[in-house]
Structures are given as C-alpha cells and as structure tokens.
Design a protein around this ligand. Structure first.
Ligand code: IVH
Length: 671
C-alpha cells in the first residue's frame, strides 16, 4: 500500500472504529464482534507504525498517549461553570416554578434529569476535534486535564457527523462519573495492592481525573454524561431538549433518563421515582436537576453570582449508610457529662466522612442496644452531628457483651455519679478532660474565636500542665508552645498572638465562652443586651435573671449558681484582672434597634448573612428565624423563601437589601 492509499485507508478506519466505539461505549449496542473490532484496530496501528506522520491526535489509537505531567496547567473556562441552586422540599420547588412561569408568561416546559454525583468538566472541540478539557475548579478557571479525559472511552475524540456537521467551536459541560460496580472493583484492586481505597464513587472519579499520569487514569473505569452547551459557534438550538438531541448526534453520552415535562407534579413524581430507584441505578445520583427548556428565556433570566436562575436541583433527603461500631469509648465533656461515643468504621455520608457518633447517654445505649462490633445505620442531616439510627440485625453473629458505662472518670479517676440518664464526673475543677473541654469552648468561633486552639491543642495544654485554669491561657509564651509536639516557631507565635487578640472581646462572646450551664449563643446575647455590663450579669439575683426575656426559672437558677461558686469567682477575677478586656454594649448604639426583631430571607447580594446579622445585633436588635406579628421588618433578598409570604400574610413590613443598608446607616452603622 502506498502512502496515498494508506492515508485513505486510515481515514476509513478512523471512521469505522469511531463508529464502533460509539456503538459499544455510548450506545451499549455493538454491531460487530470483539474479534472483528480488534482486526480493524490492529490494521490501523500497523498503518500508523508504517507511516507515523499519518498518526493524528484524534486517532482512536491515541487515547492514552499523553506523557506524565509535573502539574496541571490552569485553564480558563469558555463560559463560567456555575453551580446550582438547590433544595429539598416541594414548597421551594413551587416557588422556583412560579418565578419561571412569570418569566415565560405562558406554557412552560422543563427538561429534568438525574443530578449526577461525579466531577464536573468542560470539554472543548475545535472543528470537531477535542482540544481541551478541564475540571470545574472555581467555576472560572480549572485544571487542564485534556490527556486524562482522552482516556475516557465515552468521550468522543472527534465529534460524530450526525448530519449537523461540526461547529467551529463547541464547549460542553458534563459530569465524569464512576459506576458503582466499577468503583467497587477499583477499590478491591487498590486494597489488593495495599493502597488506600476511595470513600465513594465521586471521590474515585475526581481522584482518577486528577492523576498526573494519564496511564493511571486510563486504567480507571471512568464514564461521562454531557448535559449542557457552554458555547457553540453556528449552532441553531432553541431549547434544552434540542441541546440534548444535538449532543447525542455529536456522539456524546446523554443521560437516558432525561425527560421533558411541564408541571411541578410531574417533577415531583419523577423525583420520587428516581429516589426509589436510587440504589438500583448503576451510578450515584443525589437528586434531580430541573432546567427551563426555552433557551431565550434563560438568557433573559440570567444568573446570580453563583447559579443560573433557570435551573434548580431538587435534592434527595440525606442518605443513611450502614457501618460498624468498632468500639464504644466514654468521653468527658466540659460540663462533666460522660458521653459514650461510638467509634465507627469510617463511612461517607452526604460528602463527609463520619467516624464517630454520640450515643448520648446510658439510657440511649441501652434503648438502642448498641454494642461493640454491631452493624448500625447512621444518618447525617445537614451539618448536624451524625446519629446512629438503629442497629441492624445480623442473624447468626455472636455479639459482644452489653455496653457498661465506667464507674470512674476515664480522665481523672473520680467515681462517677448518676443524674437521671446522665453520668457525671463531679470533679469539675480538677478533671483534665473537663478543663480541656472548657478551653475548647472558650476558644470557639462564636466565643473568643481563638484560631488554632481546638480539641487537640486544648488537651495538650492541659496534659502538659501549661494550663490549669482558663486565665493561664493568657500567660502562655511562644517558647512553652514550641516545646510541644506539633508546634513550630511560627505556629507557637500565631497561637500566642491569637490569644492576645482575643483578649479584647464583646460581652456576649465572653459570656458564651465561660460555659455557664444553659447559656448558649442566644441567651448570652440576651443577657448582654439586657444587663449591658458583666458586673451587672454577675451580680444579678435569680429574680433579676428571670426578668430577661428568654430566661426561665431553671436557667436563672443555674446561672446564679455558676456565679455564686467560689472557684468560679476566683477564675473570673483572674480573667478580668489585666487579661480579658470586655467590650460592653454602650447605651447609645444599643438603643437604635433596641428590642426589634428582624428576619432575613433570600440571598443578600451586598452583605454576608453573618455580617447582616451582626449589624442588627450591634444596634441592639435581634435576628430571628421566623416571622411573627412582633417582627419589625423582613429583609427580602434574592429568591426569598416562605418568610416572604409569611410577611405579606401577616402584614409585616418588608425591606429590600438596599433599603436595609440605608436604614442601618441612618442609625449610625458603618456599612
Ligand atoms: S446542569 C449550572 N445537570 O451538579 C447549570 N448539572 O451541585 C448547569 N450536575 O456543578 C448544570 N448533574 O456540575 C446539571 N444533570 C445535571 C447535573 C449537574 C450533576 C452538577 C453540576 C454542578 C453541580 C451542582
């Protein structure tokens, strides 16, 4: 065969092999036998060896051709890769639907498809040839993973000519996933090789895409679904449904579960159906994505800084997972309560690896009858602490003995006492575990906010005898810390500086940090607002405390008892003499919004929620989470929730964010 004949034959082979790859990998419907395919592939390889100059990057032989990289290049996306607005309940979905119906002003159509739990990527094709692929990164720039993406069999290296021809430029967005079966096999392989397995298919997909050596990625069973066009030259499509059809014609894998619907009822039914099928699907999904079909209206609606206004992710409720209790370990908290903690075989729950769960108290352990070695179902909802829901029966398995709480404190050996269902270490002032807990609490973000002073450091400071009571924190020197394990010159200096900075503290944060029984964030603020000075709080009688809105008789008693304790008094005196400097609310500013309740709903564009809340509080107002007749006004941001309708229903005044900012400025706030 001469060169001209070879060139022609190579082109034919490209087309044929590409077609069979498409049928096999994307359509899952091969038309020829493996042997026949291998024969074509071998013929192509042979010709390319004979005429290396005819080997092109889009050749089917060139999937795994890239050399290992030192690092990934940074790639700017063709268009922003935004994330999705999301929620879990029907009411929110209905508000989304209402807003879009208004914008469309007639019959509406949505395209809905599964929300794939994988890694988002952008693929760019020039004149039909894959030239660039990148991870989502921060949405504007990602990592260039072109060579790795090429190894994914379902990714077309050249677009199919599905009768539409190739656009000059086409940028698409999709999700790289690993099917559950493939994920399990990969983990087995990794374990067999003495390597760390992946926690879930999403991590496995993302981790495999981010291998510097494409040879490794090539061995990872990755897959892809494409669902969006980020940019296209000369492509005439008017709807999302047409987008999916065009993508399929170009040879991209498009999710076969995508549907076109026109009502919330249909969406909810689809959501329920997929939720039901979730464990039977070959890949992981975590909800349903709803996209407005009409692309022109989409453009009109536009996007917020984070997500398009025309799409919504209707997520599934948090997942429950099975795992095993490796051990039950008693842990002594700052209040002396001894909590049995189940140490779990690490399990991934809604994006977080969970390895511990509280069993709360003696009675709870007995009620759930959880023992070491048991198989249990765990749940994590939002960012709350994981919970053990129940034990899972394993017939035929011999169980460990019933769990028994220890008789003495695991930290200080003091005999424990029972108070109702709770087990308490009564050695409040000397018990190292309680002290470490108090330090950690004192340093927490909404109290003194001392960076770098977490659980481990607090324990270390106590164990080394450097802190015997809270005031000692302020005497720590960099030299002392540097001698501790895990500290270097810089981290030691940072912690000492952090403690010094935290010494000037607002009254409510200080009150919270003290760990007074029953005093959480809200009560600490109520006390500060009411009494205005630490001395006044400290001297307050039980009756005076009860006069504070939000403080009941039991709480008042506990607070008064805390301040009456001689050891506490000594500690407080030590803290206040030259160590902590309190910033107490002044009468003036506190009066600006004094006693007013403010509610926020929707997204704020100018202010972070936290800052908006602080603004209200700095003026003496209070931010609450639900609207009532007592609410002074509701600040309504973008995509407001039900609080907005509540406000309208109750006739409560609403302010836009701008009006709110003007208002607080008029009250003297510095925004
Ligand atoms: S549409 C932003 N459809 O979910 C508009 N996204 O949590 C285009 N995702 O980063 C997105 N499955 O990468 C769309 N069927 C699907 C999806 C999907 C998964 C990803 C997307 C986004 C993330 C948001």
């Amino acid at each position: 065969m001469n060169r001209t004949q070879a060139e022609k034959r190579i082109r034919e082979l490209h087309t044929q092999i590409r077609h069979h790859d498409y049928l096999y990998y994307v359509r899952d419907a091969p038309e020829i036998s493996d042997e026949a395919y291998d024969t074509l592939f071998r013929e192509l390889k042979g010709l390319e060896e004979q005429y290396p100059e005819l080997r092109t990057p889009d050749s089917p032989t060139q999937r795994v051709a890239g050399a290992p990289l030192d690092k990934f290049p940074t790639v700017e996306h063709t268009a922003s890769m935004l994330s999705l607005d999301s929620g879990q309940d029907r009411a929110q979905l209905e508000r989304f639907d209402e807003r879009l119906r208004k914008a469309v002003g007639g019959d509406i159509a949505y395209v809905i498809d599964p929300k794939l739990d994988g890694a988002s990527v952008e693929l760019v094709y020039q004149d039909g040839v894959l030239v660039r692929a990148s991870t989502r990164g921060d949405g504007q720039v990602g990592e260039g993973i072109t060579e790795n993406i090429r190894t994914v069999r379902t990714v077309p290296l050249r677009l199919r000519d599905g009768g539409r021809g190739a656009p000059g430029l086409l940028a698409v967005r999709g999700e790289v996933i690993m099917r559950v079966g493939a994920f399990e096999q990969l983990n087995e392989r990794l374990l067999g090789a003495g390597r760390e397995p992946f926690a879930n298919p999403r991590n496995a997909a993302a981790g495999s895409l981010r291998q510097l050596d494409p040879q490794i990625t090539a061995q990872r069973p990755l897959d892809l679904y494409v669902y969006d066009i980020l940019a296209a030259e000369g492509v005439a499509v008017a709807t999302q449904w047409e987008v999916l059809a065009a993508l399929a014609q170009w040879g991209f894998p498009v999710n076969e579960l995508a549907r076109r619907v026109s009502s919330v009822d249909e969406i909810v039914a689809y959501h329920a159906e997929l939720h039901e099928q979730r464990d039977d699907l070959a890949y992981e999904i975590d909800g349903v994505v709803i996209k407005l079909d009409d692309l022109a209206v989409r453009d009109e609606l536009g996007t917020t800084a984070h997500h398009p206004r025309w799409a919504y992710a209707f997520k599934f409720p948090p997942r429950k997972e099975l795992t095993r209790v490796l051990a039950i370990v008693p842990s002594v908290g700052r209040t002396g309560a001894v909590t049995p903690i189940a140490m779990l075989r690490p399990v991934e729950l809604g994006g977080v690896t969970v390895s511990r769960a509280s069993l709360h108290n003696r009675e709870e352990v007995a009620r759930k009858d959880i023992r070491e070695g048991d198989r249990v179902r765990v749940q994590r909802a939002g960012d709350v602490i994981p919970q053990i829901l129940e034990r899972v029966e394993e017939p035929g398995r011999t169980r460990a003995a019933k769990y028994r709480m220890p008789g003495e404190c695991p930290s200080c050996r003091t005999p424990l006492v029972q108070r109702g269902p709770f087990t308490i270490c009564p050695n409040s002032f000397e018990c190292p575990a309680q002290l470490a807990g108090r330090i950690q609490h004192f340093a927490r973000r909404d109290a003194l906010d001392i960076e770098g002073l977490g659980e481990e450091t607090a324990k270390l400071l106590v164990a080394q005898g450097l802190v015997r009571q809270l005031p000692d924190l302020f005497n720590l020197t960099p030299e002392q810390l540097e001698a501790l394990e895990g500290f270097a010159e810089k981290s030691a200096r940072n912690l000492v500086d952090g403690i010094a900075r935290a010494a000037q503290v607002e009254l409510h944060r200080f009150l919270l940090g003290l760990g007074i029984p029953e005093v959480g964030v809200a009560v600490a603020k109520d006390l500060a607002r009411h009494f205005r000075s630490f001395d006044a709080v400290r001297r307050a009688s039980k009756e005076e405390l009860e006069a504070v809105p939000g403080v009941g008789p039991k709480m008042a008693e506990q607070i008064a008892a805390f301040f009456a304790d001689r050891r506490n008094q000594e500690g407080l005196d030590a803290l206040l003499h030259g160590k902590v400097k309190l910033v107490e609310p002044t009468g003036e500013t506190a009066a600006q919004l004094a006693g007013l309740k403010v509610v926020f709903t929707g997204e704020l564009a100018r202010l972070a929620r936290r800052d908006a809340k602080q603004l209200v509080e700095s003026l003496g107002g209070r931010v609450t989470s639900s609207v009532s007749k007592e609410t002074a006004f509701v600040v309504v941001g973008e995509n407001p929730g039900s609080k907005f309708t509540d406000a309208e229903r109750l006739g409560v005044k609403t302010l836009t964010e701008d009006e709110f900012v003007d208002f607080v400025r008029s009250k003297g706030a510095d925004v």
